[in-house]
Design a protein around this ligand. Structure first.
Ligand code: AMP
Length: 456
């Protein structure tokens, strides 16, 4: 199957070839013909599957066929974060380089006036984060009445971030007769409700098994004491000679602290999160991509959607409080058919989180104690919300209240979580089984021997 066979015109096929793509990915094979024929789409696809081109190429093709002079935007892409919005816009520019169509990204955290100037000049495609788009609508700086296609990208993450009311308000401003596409990596009841409400007889496509972690990723969890995680991370980085490591922490504060500590250990590291300026985030991402930065420490929100492909290692320095985030995190590795390693450093407080992840992914993550880092059995579990900078996690399936508008995306997410009821934070009643391993002993097969956690 070639891009031309999918019904794309020569200009797009050429641009795709220039980008170095030779064959369409499975999501592109499925999505492109459906979007071209005008269908609504409910698509299950993770970052790294080529989903952006899966909607950008047919959207460009459709707009190309019906040139307009009015220059009010005709395609709207909603994305959860500024990084993702900027990347999608960049993709539209790459794929549309032989067309006369224009695109721009609008997102918060940077001045609104340059964005207004660009909109005034007229654009065909707008990629936006919901909050900034509503601000622009409120100031009557953008006209959404000519939108022909709307894409909700990473819809699950937008709901996680409390954007549901913003999305509802935006969709109410669009023409009733339009094409709507929804992309999500996971399928919660909330996502299904959103799809049922806003999609019209959608075609459903899915390229990764529901709530599954990518099979080619080798996962391992290292039990370790909470205070020794950093030391263990340094040990693993040096022992395996890892480069280009994406490390996840739960909080912005934790990300900053860890990056500083790694720097002090002589490992070039930077933190990327919502409190950093756009310039600092772009710079950090650029250095990381060019491999001059060895470790990028990120929070879930900041890392969401950033296009760093085929990372060899993703480290969960702290497990996420929402199990779905684990799937997003480790999706950064093992992309485009390449293998990858997802390593989790798990302390006694996180037993419940690990169990949540295993329940969601229906897969047991092998536990492997690193010699010299055996957990001290005298250390008792502490509730996560009592630890510095951590917020309680919501009970799974509990509807998330919309977070405060102020404070940026990350603050919203945290506010959402702070409002939620803490769930199962006390140590699990029955021990999480584990098996002590060392260099000589093989890694336990999932489900083989009973697993012990946190005991010598
Ligand atoms: P996405 O899932 O949209 O974030 O895309 C992940 C990565 O795959 C991006 O770096 C794209 O440039 C790349 N990509 C998209 N489509 C293809 C393709 N058909 N062949 C090779 N790489 C692709």
């Amino acid at each position: 199957m070639s891009f031309a066979e999918l019904g794309l015109s020569e200009e797009l096929v050429l641009a795709v070839r220039d980008a170095g793509y030779t064959v369409p990915t499975p999501i592109q094979v499925q999505a492109i013909p459906l979007v071209l024929k005008g269908a609504d789409l409910f698509a299950g696809a993770q970052t790294g599957t080529g989903k952006t081109a899966g909607f950008a190429l047919p959207v460009l093709e459709r707009l190309r066929k019906t040139p307009e002079r009015a220059r009010a935007p005709r395609a709207l892409i909603l994305a959860p974060t500024r990084e993702l919005a900027a990347q999608i816009d960049a993709s539209f520019k790459v794929y549309g380089k032989y067309l006369k169509l224009t695109s721009t990204a609008v997102f918060g955290g940077v001045g609104i006036n340059p964005q207004i100037d660009l909109l005034r000049r007229g654009v065909d495609i707008v990629v936006a984060t919901p909050g900034r788009l509503l601000d622009l609508c409120g100031q009557r700086m953008i006209d959404l009445t000519r939108i022909e296609t709307v894409v909700l990208d990473e819809a699950d993450r937008m709901l996680d971030m409390g954007f549901i009311h913003d999305i509802t308000r935006i969709l109410a401003l669009l023409p009733k007769k339009r094409q709507s596409l929804l992309f999500s990596a996971t399928f919660s009841d909330e996502i299904r409700q959103l799809a049922a409400k806003f999609l019209d007889h959608p075609e459903s496509i899915e390229v990764a098994r529901r709530n599954s972690t990518v099979e080619i990723i080798e996962q391992v969890a290292h039990p370790v004491d909470r205070e020794r995680k950093r030391e263990l991370l340094v040990h693993l980085i040096e022992k395996h000679n890892w480069f280009q490591i994406l490390v996840f922490t739960r909080t912005k504060h934790g990300a900053n602290r860890l990056a500083e500590q790694l720097q002090k250990s002589g490992i070039p590291a930077l933190a990327i999160h919502g409190n950093k300026s756009q310039g600092a985030r772009t710079r950090a991402l650029g250095e990381f991509k060019s491999a001059s930065l060895r470790v990028l420490v990120a929070t879930d929100i900041a890392a969401r959607g950033i296009d760093i492909s085929e990372l060899p290692v993703v480290v969960n320095f702290e497990l996420p409080q929402v199990a779905e985030d684990y799937i997003h995190r480790i999706g950064r590795t093992g992309r485009a058919g390449a293998g990858g390693n997802a390593v989790a450093l798990v302390c006694i407080d996180e037993k419940g989180l690990l169990a949540d992840i295993e329940r969601l992914t229906k897969k047991q993550i092998p536990l492997e104690i690193v010699p010299g880092f055996e957990p001290d059995p005298r250390i008792k579990a502490e509730p996560l919300q009592k630890q510095r900078g951590a917020a309680p996690r919501p009970r799974q399936g509990t509807p998330r209240p919309q977070a405060a508008r102020a404070g940026g995306k990350e603050a919203r997410s945290n506010a959402t979580r702070t409002n939620a009821e803490p769930a199962r934070l006390a140590p699990a009643p029955k021990p999480l089984h584990g098996e002590k391993t060392d260099k000589a002993s093989p890694r336990p097969k999932p489900g083989s021997a009973p697993r012990r956690f946190g005991h010598r």
